[in-house]
Design a protein around this ligand. Sequence first.
Ligand SMILES: Nc1ncnc2c1ncn2[C@@H]1O[C@H](COP(=O)(O)OP(=O)(O)OP(=O)(O)O)[C@@H](O)[C@H]1O
Ligand SMILES: [Mg+2]
Length: 361
Amino acid sequence: MKHSVKPGELPLLTPRQIFERLGLYVIGQERARRAVAIAAYNHLKRCAARRYGRASLVKKSNLLLIGPTGSGKTHIARTLADVLEVPFSVADATEYTEAGYYGKDVEVMIAELLFKADYSLEDAQRGVVFIDEVDKIARRSHGARTGAGSRDIGGEGVQQALLKLLEGREVYVPLNQAQHWSKHDLVQVDTSDILFICAGTFSDLYAYRGERAVGFAAPPGGGRGRRELQRRRVTLKELLEYGMLAELMGRLPVVVELEELTEVELFRILTEPPDSLLREFQELLSLEGIELSLSEGALKEVARWAHEKRLGARALRAIFEELMSEVMFHAPERRGARIGLDASTVKRRLGAFSAEALRES
Ligand SMILES: Nc1ncnc2c1ncn2[C@@H]1O[C@H](COP(=O)(O)OP(=O)(O)OP(=O)(O)O)[C@@H](O)[C@H]1O
Ligand SMILES: [Mg+2]
C-alpha cells in the first residue's frame, strides 16, 4: 500500500479527544468545537507527515470563526493551542497595514508566534495564529447598503497581505520585534503548516439581515427551544458582499458560526471550568483566609444579568468584579470570615451597578 502510515505518524489525539478536551474549558458551542477539532486533527496529521519527510496531500484547514461578542471565539482558539501543546499568538487585524504604510506589517504576526515559541523555528512552524477582527478589514464599497458607512480601502490591502501568509509561503520575519525591520536580523519562516484561525463578529451582516442572534432564522412553528430553531448559515456570497476578498475566503475553507450563549451556559461558565470565575475568586479570597460561597440562586442571578447585557461571557467578569469589590476591599481585615452571597444580595448590588453604568453612558 503506497499510502500506508506508520503508527507514529498519526496524531496522538483524535478529533473526539480534542473535542472533549476543549469542552473542559469551552462551554456549549458543540458545533464549533467539533469543526475546530477536525481542523486541528488534520493540522496535526499534516505536521506529522512532514516530520516523517513526506509532503502531505491533506490541505490545511484554516478556520474562520463567526459569532457574537463574548461567545468564545478567542477562548476556543486559545484553548485549542493549549490542547495541542503548540505555540499560539493573537493578532488584531485592525492593527496591521499593507506593506509600506504606517502600522504593522503582517509578518509581525509570525514574529510574535516565533517569540511565543521561544524562537524555536520548528515549533513556530506548526503553531496557531489567531487573527481577530477580520470583519473590520472588509472592503467597504457598499457601506450604504449595510448601513456601516464607507470606510477607507486600507482593509483590502491588509486582506491582500494576509493572503501570502495563509497560503503557506516562506516569509521573512524580524527576529527582534522591538527592533525596526532591518535586513540583517530577519529569519525565514515557512507558514505552510501554521494553522490560522480568523475571527470576527460580522455584526453588520446580521444587522443587515435583521436577525437578533447569529445564524438564527425565525422559529418555524414558534414556541420551540432555541436550539431547535432552523439555522440559516452565513454563505460565502454574503461574506464576499460584506467585503471579504474571495481569495482570502478561499484560504479559510472552514467557516464556523458560534452561537450566542444561553443563560444556562453562562451559569455553567461561572462554575464548571477548572479556571471558572467562581473558583478564581474563591482562590483569591482563600489567600486571605476567607471562604467565599455563592448560592445557586446568586449565580443564576449573575447569569441572568450577563445574558440581559448581551455581551456574552464577556459581561461575567465585569459583573463579578463589581459584586466582589466590597468584599475585596475589606478582605485583609476579615481573615477567617465566611462570606456568602445569596440571590437577593446579588440582585440588590447589580441593581445599583446598572443604574450607575447607565448614568455613565
Ligand atoms: N463558550 C465559553 N465557555 C467558557 N468560557 C467562555 C466561553 N465564551 C467566552 N468565555 C469566557 O469569556 C471571555 C471572553 O470570551 P472571548 O474573548 O472568547 O469572546 P469573543 O467571542 O472572542 O468575543 P469578541 O468578539 O468580543 O472578541 C473568555 O476569556 C472566556 O473566559
Ligand atoms: Mg475575541
